[in-house]
Design a protein around this ligand. Structure first.
Ligand code: ZN
Length: 158
């Protein structure tokens, strides 16, 4: 296990579309552990592989209920709306208002390449949308309503 360097806005890797994970192997397992370590160390609630420079469709999330690993995630269903501050480990110290669905249902593979379905509301729904956007080269800053502002707390950065 090791910490990986988080790429920050301006790094072209963050604007690329990631490729699906086709098989589980030691390299991917190590990447998952490293991403979890890096996410916890940075006090983030989510991290996507392109944020550590790897263009694979792989996401880790923990909104306080334990780690979630999503491989090749797809959003199946959304409903409602929430508007609130959102941040990103790749845009350190900043946040901005973003409107997201308040409920999101996601299908993915877990670390054993078995299908899993997650349903999230509020922060978890926001994290699903934010991280899956990273896999398509999208940043929350594209969606911000108004101006970005500085944050004191960075524990909601995803
Ligand atoms: Zn992010």
């Amino acid at each position: 296990m090791a910490l990986r360097t988080i790429r920050t806005e301006g790094d072209p890797v963050l604007r690329k579309v990631s490729r699906p994970v086709t098989e589980m192997n030691q390299k991917i397992r190590t990447l998952i552990f490293d991403m979890l370590d890096t996410m916890y160390e940075s006090m983030g609630v989510g991290l996507a592989a392109p944020q550590v420079g790897i263009l694979k469709r792989l996401v880790t999330i923990d909104v306080g209920d334990g780690p979630i690993v999503l491989i090749n995630p797809e959003i199946l269903e959304t409903s409602g709306e929430q508007t609130g501050d959102e941040g990103c480990l790749s845009v350190p110290g900043m946040a901005g208002q973003v409107t997201r669905p308040n409920y999101v249902k996601v299908k993915a593979l877990d670390e054993n390449m078995e299908e899993v379905i997650y349903e999230g509301t509020e922060l978890l729904a926001r994290a699903f949308c934010h991280e899956i956007d990273h896999l398509d080269g999208k940043m929350y800053t594209d969606l911000v309503e108004g101006e970005l502002h500085r944050t004191v707390y960075d524990d909601d950065e995803v």
